[in-house]
Design a protein around this ligand. Sequence first.
Ligand code: BF8
Length: 621
Amino acid sequence: KNVSERSIDPATRAMLLEADRAGIETAWDRFDKQQPQCGFGILGVCCRNCNMGPCRIDPFGEGADRGVCGATADIIVARNLLRMIAAGAAAHSDHARDAVLAFKKMAEGEAEGYQIKDGAKMNALAAEYGISPEGRSPEEVALELANVLLSEFGKQEGPITFTRRAPAKRQSVWEKAGIDPRGVDREIVECMHRTHIGVDNDPVHLLLHGLRTSISDGWGGSMIATDVQDVLFGTPTPVMSESNLGVLKSDEVNIIVHGHEPILSEMIVAAAEDPEMVALAIEMGAKGISVSGICCTGNEVLMRHGIPTAGNFLQQELAVITGAVEAMVVDVQCIMPALGNLAGCYHTKFISTSPKADFPGTLRMEYHEEKALETAREIVRAAVENYPNRDPGRVNIPREKSGCMVGFSAEAILGALGGTPQPLVDAIVSGSIKGVGAVVGCNNPKVQHDFGHVNLVRELIRNDVLVVTTGCNAIACAKAGLLLPEAAKEAGPGLRPICEALGVPPVLHMGSCVDISRILVLAAALANHLGVDISDLPAAGAAPEWMSEKAVSIGAYVIASGVYTVLGTVPPVLGSPEVTSVLTKGVEGVVGASFAVEPDPFKAAKLMIAKIEEKREGLGL
Ligand code: BF8
């Protein structure tokens, strides 16, 4: 095995060598064992939606060209894609629901340790729903807002409120196409209904519903998650931190929070700072307690508290292999079930906390808002008491870590610009900044870890494209030093002086994957300021290493919002010429944007820059 081919990240390479030495399997090894992967699955032409099947279409045209019910490859591929969107939208939105439920319990005085951290944002949200704070306590406003937000999920008729944040032109695009969404729960249920045997069998009709569902995620579920979390935990502002496995401490209790929801991890951060817990850690022989994050839970606490990030998706197993992690605390999403077995090979306690998500080999410490802080303290205590079990002979923490500046919420960006997008618009008009690239998404062992992320982003900033980032791309950028103000040196001659004058990096970390809603809000602010649609902006999106169903929902709502998007790994649609053609061409006529697939990040950057140039011309720039 050549570890250099697996990742560009030196810390990851070091830990992969260590895994080999210890005879431990990682996702990369399991990926190799899956080769060759099923060709029918890759093309998306396998259907398991009823028990007459499974059916599959022969892509070479020599065998079956229809399933038992008569579904063609086009129908099967479209149905499968719709189900991926439904699952992705469900993941984001169910996360959002839990955030709102925690908010509601806080308002009712039943959520220990939670409070309204950003009252101004809460009042602004309340105003969007016509709720007046006049003569009422913040908790009363919070309760009414929580109830109205909860009702958004199941809204049966009429558009959901946050879609009205989009420019009027975008709203009419959605109305005209019949994809202005209702509540995300309803749209997801309809996805499942339509893809049941014998319901919707028109590929274009299915795909349009996919767009509608994805909008109910991006401008609904995900946006609610972001905004409510900001109210509860604070709207991020720029803060310095560190990234990569080198943030783990050889002489402190290491607790990693991993998954997606900040609801519990916020409490763990608080509990780990408790002097009583720190004293206990010292009693156990450690110098203190160090919390770090992985994946989007990590991004949440990184953005709000500067808690270091230990790595992105493909580094979760490697963190345990350092032998220095006392507790890997997980909630939901992107958590490998492999962690259970792996933790068993080390002293690491693998602690699952969500009532919705259990894994083999975990210590269950279920979290409920009523006693969130108490549970967090129990978890921290379990980690601290595990420190003496650490085998110093097996500790191998890579040296690599990089500084990063994070915390660029839409509010922080607009605040830094003086409360208006005008300075950014001026820079775009003058050509100093050519446009904005949104680069997001996962890791995937199908491609060299972080190669697509880092090279695409470098190429964009070199060409004076300001980059906004979230999720595992943001972590890749942090590790590569691209989130430091000094990274301005890598930017082109137009972007560099602007970053240097403002003291910000050319790559702005906007948060976790639900926080792509922040990018939508920023895009809407720019478009509204200019009186144009989002699809007119010199902007493009990319997910160079995507793998999750959430990324499919995201990609769909990004193009449905009018932003051209380049995918670095191929979605399972190539078995259908019709679906492929709709996604890469036809959909442009409906929503003003389409997908491209380009695994080479240098070529992907060219595609994005060409689109940005095209949009500049369209605006007469
Ligand atoms: O929601 S980028 S691997 S961690 S799915 Fe998961 Fe993908 Fe990472 Fe965050 Ni997003």
